[in-house]
Design a protein. Structure first.
Length: 331
């Protein structure tokens, strides 16, 4: 008869230790948001754009403090520092110094640093708010058209075509040009900012509306939507609880890419003289003033132009990186 095999205590398996993972890092699950953040963090270009965006927002929020510490009031004249013959700053490099970090505005002698900082407020405010208006309208109509289909989809699709064919720039110039001095309790540049936000946002919703409609057409055929229907869920519940959460990523990505477009549109309207009224600082308005002085002070064209370029580039590269992080299949 064969003797039983003896097993030493050292070789005996220890279930608790094995389950806890001796000498190894425990495996942790990650949510979709954490996975997207890891992908985005690896994209150095997108992260650089995100840092620039955060800095721009901080500059706009703390503009009064920055101007108090490093500049002069944006509408304060310093004509004693301007050459009365040429209309240009007396000091080289456009008057750049410790007191005037970006130099002086030709003819008036206003602080360019202060005007650039305060101009960021107008550009970012119009860009963000107009994007919010367009996203809300486009998402609502896009989801309704994609989910219900039929004649509702046909009507909304034709409405999108009408808005896309509308001459937005000419319409904006016409509306702002005949706008009254006060309306709905607003006046001055407050009324102009509200009108710019409404015009840009209201006529830009079809771009995001088409994307949301296409995504909704795909989502409404998915298994989880069929399961919700089989359990007796009504259309409002399915749209709010099942479809909209799956639309957050494409809406967020496209909204990020719409903001620089809206900033450029506001700058174009201000450049054409139908945007923000002077003396309120605006990057587009500064370019308008620079047209008449670029021969004696070419730097005055460069500074607001670089501000617009950096802002638009930062939003574009961050939007591209965010799209790749949320949906790697788009690479």
């Amino acid at each position: 008869m064969t003797a039983p095999i003896e097993v030493s205590g050292a070789d005996t398996a220890q279930p608790d230790a094995v389950l806890e993972g001796v000498g190894r890092k425990a495996i942790q699950g990650r949510s979709l948001g954490q996975i997207a953040w890891l992908r985005l963090r690896r994209d150095k270009v997108a992260m650089t754009g995100g840092v620039v965006i955060i800095l721009l927002v901080l500059v706009a929020v703390f503009a009064p403090l920055l101007v108090k510490l490093f500049g002069h009031p944006p509408n304060e004249y310093h004509q004693e520092l301007i050459d009365p013959t040429l209309g240009a700053p007396m000091k080289p490099l456009g008057g750049m110094s410790g007191d005037f970090l970006l130099g002086l505005e030709p003819t008036t002698g206003r602080d360019l640093f202060s005007r650039i900082v305060y101009g960021s407020r107008v550009s970012l405010l119009v860009g963000f708010l107009a994007t919010v208006v367009a996203a809300v309208i486009g998402t609502a109509l896009g989801v309704i058209a994609g989910y219900f289909g039929g004649w509702i989809d046909a009507v909304i699709a034709r409405l999108m075509d009408v808005f896309l064919a509308f001459p937005l720039l000419l319409f904006s110039i016409a509306i702002v040009g005949v706008m009254p001095d006060s309306m709905l309790g607003l006046s001055g540049n407050g009324l102009r900012i509200a009108m710019l936000v409404f015009i840009i946002g209201f006529f830009s919703w079809p771009y995001i509306g088409r994307i949301v409609r296409g995504q909704t057409l795909s989502l409404r055929e998915r298994e989880f939507v069929d399961a919700a229907r089989s359990m007796g869920a009504r259309a409002p519940y399915i749209i709010v609880r099942e479809i909209l959460p799956n639309l957050v990523a494409p809406i967020l990505v496209y909204a990020t890419l719409m903001i620089p477009t809206n900033i450029l549109f506001e700058a174009a309207l201000s450049f054409l003289g139908v945007g923000i009224e002077p003396p309120t600082p605006s990057w587009g308005g500064m370019l308008t003033t620079a047209v008449s002085t670029y021969q004696i002070a070419p730097y005055y064209v460069v500074i607001p132009g670089v501000a617009i370029f950096v802002t638009v580039m930062a939003f574009n590269v961050f939007g591209d990186g965010l799209r790749d992080a949320l949906d790697p299949r788009t690479r």
